[in-house]
Design a protein around this ligand. Structure first.
Ligand code: BDR
Ligand code: CA
Length: 313
């Protein structure tokens, strides 16, 4: 059984990933931590609480960062054209939720959970890395106690989706991402290199909703807006970025990886770019030295990944 803290900015593809984790028999979802990104921190936390209510998820929700790690850097505007004004595709979400947030901040929650269960917790982070960076800053010792960190973010071999080189989760808080990439924990990055290949069509989702009942019907309803946006890249389909990171947890054999230390560009025109130094190459002294070698996904078995998601949902 995989004990998981899901760090997320729901967000439409985040919602699918959350349902996947909730439904998968080998996953014990022990916490949901929220971060700004697809919406403001109030919006993403409200959405997490709403999804917890409607899907009957027992894991607590802890509210996280609403601004970047670097106080000089503005948090920026949410991508309303991708996820809608409420980050759930403009499907109406009630103002009040039954569930209330945990009293702790997300980064404190992460520290407490990891300290209480050393070596057992996997963190899957599919938004800005701010909460993880704050947890590392407050308690660097947790790096050696986390079982594994799986990130959705970055673009190593393909263009970015915010700038020609930067992916949204990294671009939105590059200093946080660099701190997370260079910390001494076991880390796997599932970036646009593989996620952009995973298109789930509108008709596939509709069929899934017909078979999967009300939980998946909600997913299909919120996804309409997202599919309209993504149809400019993939034909009448959505790219299911965040679910890929969750699939990696339970089926890593469906991915090809490459190893090497990773850094994030934190200023200039390439801000937010993710760069990995391959393990097997020699470079003169460089900013990649003395940082742990980590895994970046560079290949994916798309059909099997989609089948696993379909089956689980
Ligand atoms: C990432 O950015 C967000 O819009 C998605 O939820 C995903 O985590 C893709 O770049
Ligand atoms: Ca996300």
């Amino acid at each position: 059984m995989h004990k998981v803290i899901f760090d997320t900015d729901p967000g439409i593809d985040d919602a699918m990933a959350l349902l996947f984790l909730h439904q998968h028999p080998q996953v014990d979802l022990v916490g949901i931590t929220t971060v700004f990104g697809n919406g403001t921190i109030d919006t993403t936390t409200h959405n997490a609480l709403y999804l917890k209510d409607v899907w009957n998820i027992s894991a607590p929700v802890a509210k996280g960062a609403g601004v970047t790690l670097n106080p000089q850097r503005p948090a920026g505007e949410p991508p309303r054209m991708v996820h809608g004004d409420n980050a759930l595709g403009n499907v109406e979400v009630p103002e009040a939720t039954l569930s209330q947030p945990d009293g702790r901040s997300a980064h404190r929650f992460i520290i407490d959970m990891v300290r209480a269960d050393p070596g057992e917790i996997t963190i899957i982070a599919v938004g800005r890395m701010t909460n993880l960076a704050l947890a590392l800053r407050e308690d660097p010792g947790i790096a050696g106690l986390v079982k594994q960190v799986i990130i959705m973010g970055g673009a190593f071999t393909v263009p970015g989706n915010v700038t020609p080189v930067a992916e949204a989760n990294i671009w939105g808080d590059p200093e946080a991402a660099d701190a997370v990439f260079t910390a001494p924990w076991k880390l796997v990055v599932v970036g646009l290199d593989v996620t952009m290949q995973t298109a789930m069509s509108r008709s596939h989702l509709a069929g899934l909703a017909a078979r999967g009942g009300r939980r998946v019907e909600l997913l299909a309803a919120i996804s309409d807006f997202y599919i309209d946006f993504y149809s400019r890249f993939v034909d009448n389909a959505m790219v299911i970025h965040d679910s890929c990171a969750c699939v990696y947890l339970v089926a890593p054999e469906l991915f090809q990886t490459r190893s090497g230390a990773m850094r994030v560009v934190t200023d200039g025109i390439a801000i937010g770019q993710t760069i990995q130094k391959p393990d097997d190459r020699f470079f003169p002294p460089s900013p990649w030295d003395n940082h742990p070698s980590q895994l970046a996904c560079v290949g994916i078995e798309v059909k099997k990944v989609l089948e696993l998601i379909d089956h689980t949902l």
